[in-house]
Design a protein around this ligand. Sequence first.
Ligand code: FES
Ligand SMILES: [Fe+2]
Length: 399
Amino acid sequence: MDGAGFGDAAMSDAGTTEALLDVLAARSTADDDWTTLPPQAYRSQEIFDLEVERVFRRGWMNVGHISQLPDSGDFRTIDMFGELLVVTRGHDDEISVLSRVCTHRCMDICAGRRAGTVPSLQCPYHRWTFSHDGELRAAPEMAETPGFDKADHGLHRFRHEIWEGFIYVNLDGQAPPTAELWGAMSGQLGEYGLADWEVVDSTPWGESAWDWKVFIDNGECYHHLGIHHDTLEPFMPARKAVDLPDNGEYTLLYAMMDESLLVPSADGALDGASDDPPVPGLTEQQRTGLGLAYPFPNYVIAVMPQSAIWFEVHPLGPGRIDLTTHLMLPPHLVGAPGADERIARHNETVTAIHEQDIIVCEGVQRGLGSASARPGMLCHLEQHNRSFARWYARRISTP
Ligand code: FES
Ligand SMILES: [Fe+2]
């Protein structure tokens, strides 16, 4: 692929985007292409606007894990591309994803509250009251309004699905079911039983100065030997990473632990050395590696035999995301003795690694903004990047 011409400030925005989409359309079918996505794809408002329409609204966006809504009446709010969402657990235990826009005069019914537990969803403006699945239950003084019927004024319900315990919303309502897209991955990581795990601690990193695609690109293990040479590389060397087969809708790779860290366990298999017992029933690869699962586009989970880090990523604009990391534990370790020490130990490790990732993600985003930036070539250890580039190229170039 010839990247010349991209980044040419003399080109008009419209011309640049059109040319870029032509390049990406060609990329989406080129199996032997080992180049990175063009730098321009990471920095343009016009491309971001297209991503909202073609990638995010048409796809499945991660909006939480069921353990964040453990009790009936719980809610959690998320703003996404101008949509005001509230994820709820109703009194019948069912999860819903609703619009927070009041059907009276469009007030945000949660008015700045991020999470909580309520008997019903009540708009503070005029006290219209909705059930957790969006039905309008009470509307004071509305009986005299001709033609008003409560049944016609429920909150908008967005289509949602739960995949491995994680809640996903599809804003345009047309996406193929998650089972069709990611069922194969469920088969590859079902042993972890992630639906039963719990979020035990969260770290909000806030607005981060890199594109959501830079974040996904950073999911390879090649960079263990670079920026993580003193943290991850000694334990999970870059060259030992393994890419699992995928269907083009996700990637799943394993960073395998160095042999020197493996210890024989009671059942004769090998385990990574740890004070905590692993989830029972894992495969050898799962017991001795770090699984990195990327159901595209906005979700990453890094899962170990005894813990996981889920990265909640919300694209805000070209080169901007909102990022929160969540520590998750399997059921046998939730509430186990030493919980505070365990959480503190995990947070210290994740912070050390993420601070290194911040350096490279910010640095890459600055580099992508240069007029002289050109597509580069990928390493065989960046199969993940190649798969993601092809998936992205296909989605963004589909009108
Ligand atoms: S705007 Fe919500 S009750 Fe009036
Ligand atoms: Fe990293």
